[in-house]
Design a protein around this ligand. Structure first.
Ligand code: FAD
Length: 508
């Protein structure tokens, strides 16, 4: 008897980080039959280990990367509009320092930053007197003035999920915790073999394996024409909140680097990042030296210095950059490159930023479906689809929706309503209406069901560190309860030890 003909996909996407997720969504929305295969958790690698900024990258102006900065600044407005529940405008204080970049240079850079792209949502920059401004209270008294400028903040891991949800809603097949181990092209179609023994047949493959893109091109697709990657580890620490205001700080360091201190998860500050070349993504882990570097970088400025005891969480990520021989890690471009493999319908994505994932997806679609129409710039992502009044942008609609939701659900703690709203967006409304179920030490049973049934979560780490960041808030007892809910043995962790996350490796 003949074996049944496998379903034919137009596109197989290898890797469910932000780039794979964005391409799958865009392609599915243009009517392509899409399959996306992710070896680990969706967004489990680089796309949950970023600094979480939707930014043009003020410091890239130093390297004359005007094209990249303009593209990213324009995109900042788009993402703040289409994903208002998981993004917001974020102000930064840039103190002027003796021995740092001269003030005229900062002013010129900020002027360009304000004017390179059209702004509707994000305010412009202004000089601040740190002796008068509330932000100055966080800083040592010798920093008496600086500039306040604006970028965007995004929950990177949730941006991946929102894109995947929309791709799935538009018919994409999503397979997680499954690796693509090989792919053979017969002159017409690809047959990809997966780690569970199943196969996917597709007309075309896009390789969005991030730091593994080179490996996947060579070992899975059998191509030797992928460009070399430069793998640069970047690490972050999470500490007690350094100041109560909403500003983040952009701190110039004596070695010329920049370290950000960003308000994080209400009670904490996120401090990063370092830059260190590594040989393979599997080598990535935050070192003691990086932890010390980040503490010293923040303490150079803070009025109330941080100590090791203030560090509650640490994680490392790997920037998959395009290798540019002769350039250092700071000068290497953060822009992406799309590489068509010779003679086969396959393309590898190299580099990129969270900020530019949507335009990257449009560029990929220009190559693989040139006659189809762009659509994602104005289509809200799942959760960000609250009603908009005429003339309202996404951020304004979100604020109005949240105020109404808080009033309508006044039997719940407003902080809980807000937490669910900035995690799930409009899906929070349904959850609150139907009831949250048992409280497992700070996370609710109905929430866990939601992450499992609608967001591909399969274990406690997926929920505690990616679908939410509740791992920071609910302590050992809460983490153990969630692990128990998933049927896992809760690992014994000393309460005062910072939780350190190794970089996720495919299938690891
Ligand atoms: C420290 C740091 C800070 C950053 N800060 C920012 C920032 O503030 N703003 C910004 O815009 N950008 C930032 N970036 C850049 C941004 O995070 C990355 O460009 C982006 O996340 C890359 O996404 P990706 O989808 O290409 O890769 P990834 O997210 O790594 O996804 C690749 C996926 O492919 C999967 N995979 C690999 N091999 C296989 C296989 N054989 N089969 C199936 N799946 C496979 C992996 O498991 C992985 O999940 C930062 C990066 C780092 C490291």
């Amino acid at each position: 008897m003949d074996s049944p003909t496998p379903f034919l996909h137009d596109l197989l996407v290898i890797g469910g980080g932000i780039n794979g997720a964005g391409i799958a969504r865009d392609a599915a929305g243009r009517g392509l039959k899409v399959a996306l295969v992710e070896a680990g958790d969706l967004g489990g690698a680089t796309s949950s280990a970023s600094t979480k900024l939707i930014h043009g990258g003020l410091r890239y102006l130093e390297f004359y990367a005007f094209g990249l900065v303009r593209k990213a600044l324009a995109e900042r407005e788009v993402l703040l509009d289409i994903a208002p529940h998981i993004t917001w405008p974020q102000s930064f204080i840039l103190p002027v320092t003796k021995g740092g970049r001269p003030e005229w240079m900062l002013r010129a850079g900020l002027f360009l930053y304000d004017h390179l792209a059209r702004r509707k949502i994000v305010p412009g920059s202004a000089r601040v007197d740190l002796r008068q401004d509330r932000a100055g209270r966080a800083l040592d008294a010798r920093y008496d003035h600086g500039y306040r400028y604006w970028d965007g903040w995004v929950d990177d891991a949730r941006l991946v999920i929102a894109n995947i949800q929309d791709a799935a809603a538009k018919g994409a097949l999503i397979r997680t915790r499954t690796k693509v181990v090989s792919a053979a092209f017969d002159g017409e179609l690809w047959t990809a073999r997966l780690s569970d023994g199943s196969e996917i047949v597709a007309r075309r493959i896009v390789n969005t394996a991030g730091p593994w893109a080179g490996d996947v091109a060579r070992t899975v697709l059998g191509r030797n024409d992928a460009p070399a990657l430069r793998l640069v580890q970047g690490s972050h620490i999470v500490t007690r909140r350094v100041h109560l205001g909403g500003d983040a700080f952009m701190l110039q360091q004596p070695d010329g680097r920049i370290v950000f201190v960003i308000p994080y998860e209400r009670d904490f500050s996120l401090i990063g990042t370092t830059e260190r070349d590594i040989g393979a993504p599997e080598d990535a882990h935050i070192t003691e030296g990086e932890t010390e570097y980040l503490l010293a970088a923040a303490n150079r400025y803070l009025a109330r210095p941080l100590t090791r005891a203030d560090v509650v969480h640490r994680f490392a990520g790997v920037r998959p950059l395009v290798l540019e021989p002769g350039k250092g890690d700071r000068e290497t471009t953060r822009d992406y490159k799309l590489v068509n493999h010779a003679g086969v319908p396959a393309l590898t994505v190299v580099g990129g930023k969270i900020t530019t994932y949507r335009v990257l997806a449009e560029d990929v679609m220009k190559r693989i479906a040139p006659r189809s129409r762009t659509w994602t710039a104005t289509a809200p992502l799942p959760g960000g689809d609250m009603e908009r009044l005429p003339g309202e942008n996404g951020q304004e609609a979100f604020k109005r929706w949240l105020a109404n939701l808080t009033a309508a659900q006044n039997n719940y703690d407003p902080l809980l309503v807000r937490r669910l709203a900035i995690t799930l967006g409009t899906a929070a409304e349904r959850l609150l209406q139907t009831g949250l179920g048992d409280n497992l030490g700070g996370v609710f049973e109905a929430e866990l069901d939601h992450y499992v049934n609608n967001e591909w979560a399969t274990c406690s780490d997926d929920v505690l560190w990616r679908r939410t960041k509740l791992g920071l808030h609910i302590g050992n007892a809460g983490r153990a309860k969630v692990a128990e809910w998933f049927g896992e043995d809760a690992p014994p962790v000393e309460d005062d030890a910072p939780v350190t996350h190794r970089f996720a490796t495919p299938g690891g």
